[in-house]
Design a binder for this molecule. Structure first.
Ligand code: PHE
Length: 447
């Protein structure tokens, strides 16, 4: 334990709220639908669910345990347990910085759409093509999306420097239940739109005939991205859990919440996509051109649009906070920087990379690497390479190197080891690492 007294989250409910605040975000509402749309819908969703259950749950339990056992940031946790494995922590910090950079860009888009809902009548336009044009117009503007991304970074920075407890807890507590209700109402409305059933079928009826190794990797990567695992964020958050917070209970609740939000997002987006005649494989723009089409068919469209994008902004904010916090905590504790200096370093670095990511969607879209622009490259490299690799290494570490007594103590503080422990051990030691290794090999085209 460090000599300096570390902050803790308020209690049981708070642990669930902040961890769910990290997990639930643009990953569920922007990234999940666009990937499902690009990868055939139902089959992608089925593989995603499987990945959440088989790899996601054991991994989140592992990360939480590393955090509650060490009370350290991701790098510090590995350093304390076994110096040779500290590189997993560094990989996680790198992934956090890279994800935060492009995440700020998309978060900025949601902020622009929120203001737009109030000040422009574009939301009332019933023509889906006009929403496509409006989106294109916005993201290719050389300065507007950049300013929004930077603004979002600064707000995140402010909350981070206000301290762990006040900032993060408050934001999560208000947003979660409201987001849930809004998604449910919009999903029902969307399903009832003419032609909505077609979309429901696309999203829920799996057609495995087109599944490739790439589809599976995309679904597994999305599971990690959405649950905020594979990069040490949950290690850092669990290091702030109050004593007595249940690792297993928190994992189950967070996973359930996160998966339900993804499900609701799919139910909201795909019926509307088919109803409005939008291409499901439109990529990152999918949600931003589909949502206005839903709102334009609603009475009081400006009201709905404003509320919904406000909730999205908040959901994104609780996620950017978690990424920022895990890097800030690392700089603060390992580099012995003041919290203020650590936070500024993260904000400035991700701000600069965020500018590059934002411009790569517009005036710099001509600069590509392996056929990706910088934005897509950051997204691809983190979710499809860094997170699965981080997940694999974390499973190997917890399964084979982490003291089993300590691990069990984190899961069963009252020493009542549950029956599921053996299943969990099997998953962490064998099934998760093996399936990830096989998946990597297939994707490299070796088999
Ligand atoms: N899970 C968040 C989302 O779904 C994104 C995130 C990834 C947050 C990794 C923290 C760490 O939006």
């Amino acid at each position: 334990m460090s000599a300096k007294k570390r902050a803790t989250f308020g209690g049981r409910l708070s642990a669930v709220l902040v961890a769910a605040g990290s997990a639930v975000g643009l990953g569920n509402i922007w990234r999940f639908p666009y990937l499902a749309g690009e990868n055939g819908g139902g089959a992608f969703f089925a593989i995603y669910l499987l990945a959440v259950m088989i790899v996601g749950v054991p991994l989140m339990i592992s990360e939480f345990s590393l955090g509650t056992a060490t009370h350290r940031n991701a790098v510090g946790a590995f350093r304390q347990l076994n110096k040779r494995w500290v590189f997993i922590g560094y990989m996680g910090v790198l992934a956090s910085v890279l994800i935060l950079s492009f995440y700020l860009v998309v978060a900025g888009w949601t902020a622009e759409y929120m203001f737009h809902s109030v000040f422009s009548d574009q939301v009332q336009n019933p023509d889906p093509a006009s929403h496509v044009a409006a989106f294109e117009n916005f993201i290719t503007n050389p300065w507007k999306p950049v300013l929004y991304a930077l603004g979002f970074g600064l707000v995140t920075h402010l909350i981070i420097t206000m301290g762990v407890q006040k900032g993060i807890e408050r934001a999560s507590k208000v947003m979660m239940p409201m987001l849930f209700v809004a998604l449910l109402v919009l999903a029902i409305h969307s399903i009832l739109m003419p032609g909505g059933m077609e979309g429901l079928k696309f999203f829920l009826a799996p057609d495995f005939s087109k599944v490739t190794a790439k589809t599976i990797l995309a679904a597994v990567g999305q599971a990690f991205f959405s649950l905020s695992i594979g990069l040490g964020t949950m290690i850092t958050y669990a290091s702030y859990f109050k004593q007595g917070t249940s690792v297993r209970g928190t994992t189950l609740q967070v996973t359930l919440l996160d998966t339900t939000v993804a499900l609701l997002a799919g139910l909201m987006i795909f019926p509307a996509v088919f109803s409005a005649g939008i291409e499901p494989d439109s990529g990152p723009s999918l949600v931003f051109i589909t949502l206005p089409s839903i709102f334009s068919t609603l009475p009081m469209s400006a009201f709905w649009s404003t509320i919904f994008f406000l909730l999205l902004v908040l959901a994104a904010l609780t996620s950017t906070i978690s990424m920022h916090e895990s890097v800030t905590a690392y700089l603060e504790e390992e580099w012995k920087l003041s919290r203020r200096a650590a936070a500024w370093a993260v904000t400035l670095f991700t701000g600069v990379l965020g500018i590059v990511a934002s411009l790569s969607m517009g005036i710099w879209s001509g600069y590509t690497l392996f056929g990706f622009n910088i934005f897509d490259l950051l997204d691809y490299v983190t979710a499809n390479i860094l997170l699965p690799l981080g997940a694999l290494l974390t499973c190997l570490f917890v399964g084979w190197k982490f003291d089993q007594k300590v691990f069990r103590q984190q899961l069963y503080p009252d020493c009542n080891v549950g029956k599921e422990y053996r299943v969990l051990r099997f998953l962490i030691r064998y099934l998760c690492p093996l399936s990830l290794i096989i998946l990597f090999i297939y994707n490299l085209g070796w088999a």
